[in-house]
Design a protein around this ligand. Sequence first.
Ligand SMILES: C[S@@+](CC[C@H](N)C(=O)[O-])C[C@H]1O[C@@H](n2cnc3c(N)ncnc32)[C@H](O)[C@@H]1O
Length: 249
Amino acid sequence: MRLRNIPRAEGVLQAHPIVVKNAKLYKGKWNQIFGNMNPVHIEIGMGKGSFLLTMAEKNPEINYIGIERYSSVLLRAVEKYSQRHLLIHAPAEAGGVCLARDTQERPTTHVPAEAGGLCRKELSNIRFICMDAAEVEDVFAPGEIERVYLNFSDPWPKKRHARRRLTSREFFRRYDKILGEGGTVEFKTDNSELFRFSLGEAEEAGWTLTGYTWDLHADEQMNKGNVMTEYEEKFSGMGNSIHKLIATR
Ligand SMILES: C[S@@+](CC[C@H](N)C(=O)[O-])C[C@H]1O[C@@H](n2cnc3c(N)ncnc32)[C@H](O)[C@@H]1O
């Protein structure tokens, strides 16, 4: 996904608290960023972020980090975060107390009358990083990550660019370094050639395929709890089958 360069993107990302700057400083310390010891899942190539935001909303006991290379794309994810998080209605019968909860599950925020009963709920279990995935080993310590999501990764169709594919054996070796025991990579795409390549690369890199399907949306078990990404909505809407693999170290 390439968007035109948006000059204000860098400034917005620098100022926004959800974007972690100097991410390499936190190698081995991501639990401090989140303030808990919950597992950390990352999405590489998150695009506009809808998948990860939904996952973070649904699973407060998991910490999520979205990685995206282009600031103009990450800007869209930050804007989406700001739109979604979240205007919550505090009904009169709740005495102006917002339904948002803090980490101890207490409703905390008092909504002044002039806010019209709306308050903003912050998501505490998600962060974004603007970086190239080739640097993951500099940002995460061995075993620090429990799951890597790769959704509709760029196909890099030319053979001489195969190493750049996020499911190449080179990338599987990088994931191997940052994942803990039993950690997984979950990959979805509608690109059959890239999928076939990825199945081969996972095995070549010594990973175990614990599941895969060529038609995710028709596979009841693999599709259970599936959260669609922006590209998944688009390509399945065009009638394309979605492929998915889960690989374990
Ligand atoms: C085709 S889009 C898919 C977006 C989203 N995951 C989805 O499914 O809707 C791929 C995204 O991965 C990002 N990307 C590709 N290579 C990357 C890399 N090496 N490091 C970080 N992001 C990368 C691209 O900039 C792009 O936003």
